[in-house]
Write a protein that binds this ligand. Structure first.
Ligand code: NDP
Length: 483
């Protein structure tokens, strides 16, 4: 497959290049080979993108919402038709196995475009009667939105931000992570092929500095970031300077609580999905797995047996179900955490080692006897490392599950119906799961509490974050004044 794109950026409906920008080598994580060479956006490219977005937005906002929605839905169908090629590219960009990308990435992006395409025509204001007079409201776009993406889900993140933004009548300038810059360009290409007018979805490449220059630009009305908490703090602060709207989808250290009465096989599947999908590089992962005393040994035994079915190798091989880390740098970071886990006294049950040879592969790793104060139980690792913690009572599990500054997700496995709902109500987290983990349907709001974020993506809730309300007072009687 041709992995070198036509040019580094997609601005005003076409590919553009400026070789004066810093070089970005795109590395296939499974082999370490350079598969494309791009350039970071120069100030001239950023300027072109913002100008194009600003110029195109007003006319787009004037389209009938049904017509806007039709473009998005057309793009969704095109993405589904091209799912194979897009999934192969996603695998080159991220190293995630094709077995995953073919069902979870372009398809999830298409879901968002289809959903918000369908919703566009239902984005309306309301009529507020006041006796004779009345107020009506209009739900209007914000203007130019900036999207900044992390490297774990490049297609999905681009679509989750573009779809609601465009449905509401905004324009977007999107900056992918420099680790995975390829997929968003394809999203831009397809949106334009589907009939999106030039300038409405622009992709500019770059490191953090390019993102920072976008956020502080006076032409920008909103910033939506998917990234880590430290970056979130910086981006939020910079956006606040200009009182810009924000959506912050940040990191987590989510709990998964497994009670003695859980269905063992389902609980093990849940823990696997909560820790090892995408080689553990998922923000909502349930990496603190609290297991009640009575089921602990059986849980660990079954988990280790199931992990023997992990198949590492060339991620393009559909039989492979576990890919490399997205970058060498990320593998080094995760190995550092594994060393800390051992040094602080956790019991290494399985894994823990890098796989020698090409590519940034790391074994799926499970620690048991983890305590709340250990580094591996407190910090987001963002890799295939599960920490199993012991507990005895429901009250204890809930208190310890919530004893974190993060609040992205939480899950519970139990066959006690009322306990499941009590736990879900008690979790301090934006997205909770009962007898499941890590499902992210576009119909459901997704986002974090506490340090894990601000705002919600997906669902009708996202409309609130990509539009603003205007009230219009209408007097039906004579206007009175004191003099
Ligand atoms: P980073 O926070 O390092 O980077 C996120 C993006 O922000 C990148 O495009 C980055 O560019 C850019 N950036 C960095 N500094 C600035 C700045 N000062 N101003 C503007 N933009 C900036 O995250 P990672 O890419 O390492 O992704 C992993 C993190 O993302 C994890 O913490 C994970 O939990 C979180 N995440 C959250 C999700 C959610 O929905 N809640 C989903 C997926 C991931 P560059 O890479 O070039 O520095």
């Amino acid at each position: 497959m041709q992995t070198q794109p036509t040019a580094s950026h997609f601005v005003n409906g076409e590919y553009v290049e400026d070789t004066a920008g810093e070089v970005i080598d795109v590395i296939y994580p499974a082999t370490g080979e350079v598969i494309a060479t791009l350039h970071a956006a120069t100030p001239a490219i950023v300027d072109q993108a913002l100008n194009a977005a600003k110029a195109a937005q007003k006319e787009w906002a004037g389209w009938s919402p049904t017509e806007r929605g039709r473009v998005l839905r057309r793009a969704a169908y095109m993405i589904r038709d091209r799912n194979h090629d897009l999934s192969v590219l996603e695998t080159y960009d991220t190293g995630k196995p094709y077995q995953e990308t073919s069902v979870a990435d372009a398809t999830s992006g298409a879901d968002a475009l289809e959903y918000f395409g369908g919703l566009a025509a239902s984005i309306t204001g309301e009529h507020i009667p006041l006796g004779g007079d009345f107020v009506y409201t209009r739900r209007e776009p914000l203007g130019v939105c900036v999207g900044i993406g992390a490297w774990n889900y490049p297609t999905q993140i681009a679509c989750w931000k573009a779809a609601p933004a465009l449905a509401c009548g905004n324009a977007m300038v999107f900056k992918p992570s420099e680790t995975t810059p390829l997929c968003a360009l394809k999203v831009a290409e397809i949106l334009h092929e589907a009939g999106l007018p030039a300038g409405l979805f622009n992709v500019v490449q770059g490191y953090g500095a390019v993102g920072a220059s976008l956020i502080s630009d006076p032409r920008v009305d909103k910033v939506s970031l998917t990234g880590s908490v430290p970056t979130g703090r910086k981006v939020y602060a910079a956006a606040a300077e200009g009182l810009r709207h924000v959506t912050m989808e940040l990191g987590g250290k989510s709990p998964l609580v497994i009670f003695d009465d859980a269905n063992l096989e389902n609980a093990v599947s849940g823990a696997i999905m909560a820790n090892f999908y995408s080689t553990g590089q998922v923000c909502s992962n349930g990496t603190r797995v609290f297991v009640q005393g009575g089921i602990k040994e059986a849980f660990l035994e079954r988990l280790v047996t199931r992990l023997a079915n992990v198949k590492m190798g060339d991620p393009q091989d559909p039989e492979v179900n576990f890919g490399p880390m997205a970058s060498e740098r990320q593998r080094d970071i995760v190995e550092g955490f594994i060393e800390k886990g051992v040094a602080e006294g956790a019991r290494l049950v399985t894994g823990g080692k890098r796989v020698e040879g090409p590519g940034s592969f790391l074994e799926p790793t499970v620690f048991a006897n983890v305590t709340d104060d250990m580094t591996i139980a407190r910090d987001e690792i963002f890799g295939p490392v599960m920490s199993v913690l012991d507990f005895e009572t429901e009250e204890e599990a809930l208190a310890r599950a919530n004893a974190t500054e993060f609040g992205l997700s939480a899950g519970v496995f139990t066959s006690d119906l009322t306990r499941a709902h009590r736990m879900a109500a008690g979790f301090e987290a934006g997205t909770c799961f009962i007898n499941s983990y890590n499902d992210a349907p576009v119909e459901a709001p997704f986002g974090g509490m506490k340090l894990s974020g601000v705002g919600r993506e997906n669902s009708k809730a996202a409309i609130e974050h990509y539009s603003q309300i205007k009230s219009i007072y209408v007097r039906m009687s004579e206007m009175e004044a004191p003099f």
